[in-house]
Design a protein around this ligand. Sequence first.
Ligand code: UD1
Length: 420
Amino acid sequence: MDRIRIRGGNQLNGEITISGAKNAALPLMVCGLLTDERLVLSRVPRLADTETMGQLLAQHGIAVDSVSDDGRTLSLGGPITNTEAPYDIVRKMRASVLVLGPLLARTREARVSLPGGCAIGTRPVDIHLKGLEQMGALIELDGGYINAKAPNGLKGATIVFPMPSVGATENLLMAAALASGRTVLANAAREPEITDLCDCLVAMGAQITGIGTDKITIDGVATLHGASHEVIPDRIETGTYACAAAITGGELHLVGGRMDHLGAVVRTLAEAGVEITETATGLLVRRLNGLHGVDAITEPYPGFPTDMQAQYMVLMSVASGASMVTETIFENRFMHVPELNRMGARINVHGKSAIVRGVKQLSGAQVMATDLRASVSLVLAGLAAKGETIVNRVYHLDRGFESVERKLAACGADIERIPG
Ligand code: UD1
């Protein structure tokens, strides 16, 4: 298993190009199931998760061809030949469950492995299933699989989500695009990745209003056609590199970074002493004087993203004063805390909140990545720490961050991958 070695203390200066958003690219790739015509997606990040999604779609019959030299433009298409999403692929990536709605809408049947638990919490799919049942699907759980049928096709319905689930909103949006009649999704998630999905569906011929709000209305159409669509830049990668600039005291130009997708992060970082300004092509980030402790609470968009919680906590670990970081989306998303404490951070967890008491400096250590966002937080900690940090189990990092060591090294970080 590969590891990453970092010798901390270098300031980061320079330019980083932000990749396409993983969480946008995955549902957009699933849209390949909604038409037999070609769907061309550009700025797809080259990640383990997009690779896994390509494998999943391929075994459903959808060819995923790379049509640009850099491998970031994909052309998807082909008839659906198999409606089963097997355990071996779904267990690697929870977003695989997004094929359920489109398969049901296109073929009236689907058999999809239950994604099960994961390190950051139980993460059920009950909201996805209940919504599809309201649209007329018959669903049984059997032997770890979701067996779903819609003998009379899916029908529009009014679905009020008990909480704004990103995945459930996406699954039902795609199903509703091809259902008969009108579907209303209320208390829907409003993340920019959902807006990106709506924009692509509209380009494919879907009829959707209320895009970007928590009430989305979809009037089903009989067929969707091919389209070309560019994936939005990754707001979590942007926020992560903003933290890297702040923690090392340098200045980074994040090309492609979008202020309008980062509101709560920009406001919180500004209070903590980090200046983020818009340029013609992205965002410029630099630390002003010192960093100060500022509380943050994770919430559905447009609130502070749970996917930035671990990275922000690293920043708070070296800020002056104390701060409270509260996680409201996932119940077990503090696994980075013991690892950060091994590097000299002073963090105590009390239920949903972590009290972070800033220290002058972190010190390098051997640490273990436990999930995607936690693993990049350990890289950030390593950049700020005195001495050498080795991050083990970096396959988590490779699921969601494109070329992290190359991008950071180009800006002056002493970082390398040790193949293993
Ligand atoms: C997506 C993101 C993930 C991000 C999360 C929250 C992708 C591929 N992943 O995950 O990076 O951290 O949004 O912003 O886009 N829930 C249920 N029942 C369900 C569905 C969800 O109880 O059927 C709960 C979850 O356990 C969680 C909350 O709802 O507590 C939000 O989860 P959700 O928004 O669905 O997250 P994902 O779509 O899995």
